[in-house]
Ligand binder design. Structure first.
Ligand code: GRG
Ligand code: 1GP
Ligand code: MG
Length: 255
């Protein structure tokens, strides 16, 4: 029942890293473009495909999940911007509580609406403490959720927020600079958070080069999420995936 969470937790405990690719349905122009990304994920042994966005203006969410399921065996994890983004053909959903913000709607409101719908599916529901960290300019997730991201230089706020999330029972912490961020989460913030929690740490937002990806992994990220940059530079997916498989032969342990 909690297969993916167990897998991620075990990998994290062993110091092994994972790679997730985000497909934002709003950015998918057509099936063939989407299929290209899916095929690249398969060829490069990507661990997870995430599907979701802050806003959905196209009616293609379920279709994209079906396309992934029909063309790969990579687990599909919903990364929802809101409770409309639920589809029983996916494998799991990140049940995000936006703990960096103070908007009750994104801390618990959306969840109350989603819970009975999720109960009727077989989706694995993964409780996640979702933290937005300032990235230089406003991001869609921060604007849409009407929350202020954690200031980048306030490391102790990021650490305390992550610790509180873990103490509340959340099983993963996801630190996000926001999709298309000018700069990703600084390595020192990643390391400080990682050293103070015992649950897996996902890091994403603005990872636009192999160098930045390696920096985040070496700082302590258990799982990286790449979105925008993969569409702009497909080689990034290939190179980051290779590096992760290489690193996993000599696992690091930050804790
Ligand atoms: C529990 C359920 C069902 C929903 C939770 C909803 C919560 C708390 C969401 C957190 C806030 C939020 C709006 C997150 C969005 C995360 C996401 C899927 C980001 C993908 O990128 P975009 O934010 O769409 O960026 P672009 O500007 O690049 O399109
Ligand atoms: O699109 P990018 O900037 O890679 O970000 C991915 C994801 O972490 C956004 O929520
Ligand atoms: Mg979007």
């Amino acid at each position: 029942m909690n297969h993916l969470l167990s897998q991620l937790t075990q990998k994290s405990n062993e110091g092994k890293r994972s790679l997730g690719i985000l497909i934002d349905p709003d950015k998918v122009s057509d099936n063939s473009a989407c299929l290209r990304v899916i095929n690249m994920c398969v060829e490069n042994k990507v661990d997870y495909i995430l599907v979701g966005g802050s806003l959905m203006t196209k009616n293609n969410f379920s279709q994209i999940i079906q396309l992934i399921k029909a063309n790969s065996s990579i687990p599909v994890i919903i990364f929802p911007g809101n409770y409309y983004q639920i589809d029983s053909n996916a494998d799991a959903i990140l049940f995000l509580s936006l703990i960096s913000g103070r908007n009750p709607e994104y801390l618990i409101g959306q969840h109350v609406i989603a819970a009975p719908i999720l109960k009727r599916t077989h989706l694995e529901v993964i409780p996640v403490g979702y933290m937005l960290v300032n990235s230089g300019h406003a991001t869609a997730a921060s604007y849409i959720s009407n929350t202020t991201p954690i200031p980048t230089d306030k490391v102790s706020i990021a650490v305390s927020t992550a610790m509180a999330g873990e103490m509340l029972g959340l099983q993963i912490i996801y630190m996000d600079a926001g999709s298309g961020a000018e700069a990703p989460i600084p390595p020192k913030v990643i390391t400080a958070v990682k050293k103070n929690i015992n649950v897996p740490l996902i890091v994403g937002g603005g990872i636009s080069s192999v160098h930045l990806a390696i920096q985040a992994l070496q700082a302590g990220a258990d799982m990286l999420i790449l979105g925008n940059s993969v569409e702009e530079n497909p080689n990034l997916l290939i190179e980051v995936s290779e590096r992760i498989h290489h690193l996993n032969q000599k696992p690091l342990n930050i804790n």
